[in-house]
Write a protein that binds this ligand. Structure first.
Ligand code: NAD
Length: 415
């Protein structure tokens, strides 16, 4: 039993000391039968057990620290924490002294990102990773039963508009029904705070810009619809409980950790559904021959589509602020964007400057289903959570992300 833990070099010395003192005493017990000695033996065995417990408990990734609430420590479950945004959020939470449990099925995320976080925060009780699928209600329930969460940040999702039109059921299952699983587990285990990752895709194609939180939600693709349904479920449920809920509707997320520890590394097979920053970097690296800009005759300043790009560092800051402001029996819904639209042409120019590569650009006809202009009105989040975007220089955000891309040519796979 003692050597079980000694596989780890950390345990060697203290455990053998504790054991030796136990053995010495057991030998001496055989030489005498007096009642006093029996009591003493019992006493020493108890002491040995306590010593062994003390030696071993803190060193075994300390499951106890995650399974018990601790005064002054907020334990956050980060679903999808191996993914792009979730890993950046976990880093920020850990830096701010939160206790973090990441649950991810690694279908799209990277264990490499979790390893980076584990190396940065190796102390017991800071970070644990649990490999699980949120579609497995039994597994999720067990995770909630064994861990004392104070809050949940629910990032885990499949998140590509194009893919959602090809595989709608996957999206409804992964986004809508998995959110139901998480909510049920929260209810069963009395976890009262939820920060939910939603999207501007829930608004569809509003005629009036900028998009405010009251703008009608009329999503036009399964991704947006699945997220809208998940929002509705969360709101309906929260009306019947004293849950604190914050729903954050992100616009287009770009950038990466300014200190270069984390980045965006989607699976290569997802490239075809990918986002504009990924495509720009792929073009700069020569993985694809160039960029195809679809549509130059939109009613925008330069004829190309306009979007609102939010840096991931600002986005995770919004999550921390949302967590701090979450109140029981309240649902806060916020747009998280810069409030400023940038055209695809502007984006491509910024990407060329950031990478130093004269990316080849091909201008094509419009793609059906794309809308001309989408940008947020972020005044509500500014007023209520004192949050505003700080990293609003496109070129700088892209420069940071490019630096990580260049030093991680195989994503988290190899340096
Ligand atoms: N990236 C954006 O521009 C953007 C914009 C708006 C909203 N969002 C939302 O932000 C969240 C995070 O997006 P991202 O860009 O980091 O995506 P991502 O693919 O990088 O990360 C998602 C993570 O969730 C995990 N996951 C997926 N299904 C799971 C399941 N069933 N069980 C456990 N883990 C699972 C994946 O393995 C991955 O690590 C999503 O909810 C997405 O809808 C993203």
């Amino acid at each position: 039993m003692v050597h079980k833990g000694s596989g780890n070099g950390l345990f060697h010395n203290p455990s053998s000391l504790a054991l030796t003192s136990c053995m010495d005493f057991l030998d001496s017990r055989r030489k005498s039968n007096s009642a006093g000695k029996v009591i003493a033996v019992a006493f020493f065995i108890a002491v040995c057990i306590v010593m062994l417990k003390q030696v071993y408990s803190p060193s075994y990734t300390s499951p106890d620290m995650f399974s018990q609430h601790e005064l002054g420590v907020t334990h956050v479950l980060v679903t999808g924490g191996a993914g792009y945004i979730g890993s950046h959020a976990a880093l920020r939470l850990l830096k701010d002294s939160y206790r973090v449990t990441i649950v991810d099925n690694l279908s799209r995320g990277n264990l490499g990102a979790v390893k980076v976080l584990q190396e940065l925060f190796p102390e017991p009780g800071r970070l644990q990773f649990i490999y699980a699928d949120l579609g497995d209600a039994k597994a999720v329930n067990k995770i909630f039963a064994e861990n004392a969460f104070d809050a949940v940040m629910h990032f885990a999702a499949v998140a590509y508009v194009g893919e959602s039109t090809i595989e709608p059921l996957r999206y409804y299952h992964n986004i809508t029904s998995n959110t139901l699983v998480v909510l049920e587990a929260m209810a069963a285990h009395n976890v009262k705070t939820l920060i939910y990752s939603s999207t501007c895709a829930t608004y569809g194609e509003p005629i009036k810009m900028p998009i405010r939180e009251e703008t009608p939600q009329l999503p036009i693709n399964p991704y947006g619809k699945a997220k809208k349904m998940a929002e509705d479920i969360i709101i309906d449920f929260s009306n019947t409980t004293d849950m604190a809920v914050m729903i954050l509707r992100y616009f287009n997320v770009i950038g990466s950790d300014p200190e270069g520890r984390l980045g965006e590394a989607p699976r290569p097979e997802l490239r075809e559904h990918g986002r504009i920053s990924g495509a720009c970097f792929d073009a700069a690296r020569g993985i694809i021959p160039g960029l195809k800009v679809k549509g130059t005759d939109y009613k925008t300043a330069d004829g190309t589509c306009v979007r609102d790009y939010i840096d991931v560092t600002d986005l995770v800051d919004a999550h921390v602020k949302a967590l701090a402001h979450a109140k029981p029996r309240k649902v806060g819904i916020y747009n998280v964007g810069t409030g400023k639209g940038r055209s695809v042409k502007e984006f491509v120019d910024a990407c060329k400057k950031a990478t130093g590569v004269d990316i080849k650009v091909e201008y094509l006809d419009r793609r059906p289903g794309d809308y001309a202009e989408v940008f947020s009105d972020p005044s509500k989040i500014k007023q209520e959570l004192s949050w505003t975007a700080q990293y609003t220089d496109l070129q700088k955000s892209l420069q940071v992300a490019w630096k990580w891309q260049k030093s991680h040519l195989n994503g988290y796979g190899h340096g």
